[in-house]
Design a protein around this ligand. Structure first.
Ligand code: FES
Length: 169
């Protein structure tokens, strides 16, 4: 359905494509105000481009008759919107204290090394991965919990990291 941003022009307009425009029009028809469609519109941008660029924010602002500053405020408020390109597999590791004492930091380091990312928040050279640390994922009894895109994996250990990465396309 989407090109997920990588290898495509990140700043190209999203809603000039007929399918994306039709999807937005459908969303708009279900809400009383254009502003109410802001979150789903941004979600379409992220799905199509892999992240939400300043150009993407401007495009949405124009379509929904909002100021770019307002749209940017929303994008920066919600951590689910990426403000820079991320890898195809977006890896979130809980490093809050209960998980940290169970070795979450070691899991993070193993992921950073084996994905080639090297640093938190940086996309791997092959475009496949970005690893970030997050606060409690609500699975404190199952350290270390990791979210890879929409998939939740609990009990991740350093030893399991190679198999988990190998299972990803
Ligand atoms: S502290 Fe890690 S899931 Fe709650």
């Amino acid at each position: 359905m989407s090109a997920h941003g990588h290898g495509t022009e990140p700043h190209a307009p999203v809603f000039t494509a007929a399918a994306a425009r039709a999807e937005l029009d459908d969303i708009l028809s279900r809400y009383p105000t254009k502003m109410a469609a802001l979150l789903p519109a941004l979600w379409i941008v992220q799905r199509e481009r892999g992240w939400v660029s300043e150009d993407g924010m401007r495009e949405v602002a124009e379509l929904l008759e909002l100021t770019p500053a307002y749209v940017k405020g929303v994008v920066t408020f919600y951590t689910m919107y990426h403000q820079h390109p991320v890898g195809k597999h977006f890896v979130q590791v809980c490093t809050t204290s209960p998980c940290n004492v169970c070795g979450a930091e070691d899991v993070v380091n193993a992921l950073l090394k084996q994905t080639g990312c090297g640093e938190l928040g940086v996309m791997s050279p092959d475009g496949k991965y970005t690893v970030i640390e997050v606060e409690c994922l609500g699975a404190c009894g199952f350290a270390t919990p990791v979210m890879i895109n929409e998939d939740f994996i609990d009990g991740v250990t350093v030893e399991r990291v190679p198999a988990i990465l190998a299972s990803l396309e």
